[in-house]
Ligand binder design. Structure first.
Ligand code: NAD
Length: 336
């Protein structure tokens, strides 16, 4: 099988490429990625000579480039996106362009090439927020109510994907997952920022009162869930993927990181909250469990321990990301 993966140089995409090549060594992957600030080919150093892996630098908003590259692909797995909420508050139009228009370009190309499956990766943030201290959870039937330009643009892309199934019969599946964490996580996000700041002897910034609840999903568990959906998922269906069974506020998770790294709470620095900050997300992942037999294998404690260990042993990776030096890698590797 030939997979066309978009955004494979990003956090989840690169974990997926590693996962897939290991789990399905007979398949081949074409990674189509624009290499924005979030795309880092150093994430894929150890697979770049694998004959089953090809990289093409390209923009999902460029119909010709997408059409050319997608030729001969059986399955599209679409990760590419502008993904950072804070950045979407500063520049919403880029999010509309990449996340909505780019997805439309891919859908058109997938139709033309008659791919067997178009799997779209989305987020639980399309559902908006839930009240703190409630039992409510997002399910596959929750109405969309996005709050940030990021989640609104992802919601737009989800609707488009579904519309291509309803209108043109494109064989799609969608997954809306919760917050991922694990290896290759860009250090502007909460966990890797906390871990790398502590490794550098700095404080950990926590927004507002820190009483924000998220569902945290270890990235390899996410990759396994996508694998399940690709092999057993029902065409046209949406699956929710989450990693937790109970609420834990962000500040408590930061305290877990502090404990695992031998630090105390004096390393926390409370910073000004961001506008429209959603209070609570909770994902009911019982449908994918019931129908496809998937469940997360990592608890938050085991997943955090693995993640901390990865950052401790991959210091040069995150130092180069924090300093921006990783952006030179592509030039050296591919443009000489
Ligand atoms: N990270 C999470 O916790 C999380 C949670 C839920 C859903 N998601 C979704 O999963 C997907 C991947 O997220 P991530 O955290 O790995 O993102 P990321 O920001 O780490 O990576 C995004 C990748 O897409 C590429 N890209 C951006 N614009 C592009 C374009 N126009 N053309 C081609 N490539 C482009 C970037 O270069 C980068 O490699 C996204 O669709 C995101 O919405 C992420």
């Amino acid at each position: 099988m030939k997979l066309f993966v978009t955004g494979g140089a990003g956090f989840i995409g690169s974990n997926f490429v590693h996962y897939w090549l290991k789990k399905h060594p007979e398949d081949s992957i074409l990674n189509f990625d624009k290499l924005t600030y979030a795309g880092n080919l150093e994430n894929l150093k150890d697979v770049e000579t694998n004959p089953h892996y090809t990289f093409i630098q390209g923009d999902i908003c460029d119909p010709e480039a997408v059409h050319r590259a997608m030729q001969g692909s059986d399955v599209v797995v679409h990760f590419a996106a502008e993904s950072h909420v804070d950045r979407s508050i500063l520049d919403p139009s880029l999010f509309v362009k990449t996340n909505v228009e780019g997805t439309a370009v891919l859908l058109n190309s997938a139709l033309e090439h008659k791919v067997q499956r178009f799997h779209h990766i989305s987020t639980d943030e399309v559902f908006g927020a839930l009240p703190l201290n409630s039992e409510l959870m997002f399910t596959e039937h929750t109405a969309y109510h996005p709050h940030s330009p990021y989640s609104a643009s992802k919601a737009g892309s989800d609707h488009l994907v579904r519309a291509y199934f309803d209108t043109y019969g494109l064989p799609i599946t969608i997954s809306n997952c919760s917050n991922n964490y694990g290896p290759f996580h860009f250090p502007e996000k909460l966990f890797p920022l906390a871990i790398t700041n502590l490794l550098e002897g700095k404080k950990v910034p926590v927004y507002g009162d820190g009483l924000y609840v998220r569902d945290w999903l270890y990235v390899e568990d996410h990759c396994r869930a996508i694998d399940c959906i690709l092999s057993k998922g029902e065409i046209g269906k949406t699956y929710l993927i989450g990693g937790m069974s109970q609420d834990i506020p962000n500040v408590e998770i930061v305290k877990k990181i502090l404990t695992l790294m031998g630090k105390d709470e004096s390393s926390i620095e409370y910073v000004k909250d961001r506008p429209g900050h959603d209070r609570r997300y909770a994902v009911d992942w019982s449908m994918i469990h019931r129908e496809l037999g998937w469940e997360p294998t990592e608890s938050i404690d085991s997943g955090l321990a693995k993640t901390i260990e990865w950052f401790q042993t991959n210091e040069s990776w995150w130092k180069r990301v924090k300093s921006g030096a990783y952006q030179e890698y592509y030039k050296k590797q591919y443009e000489t």
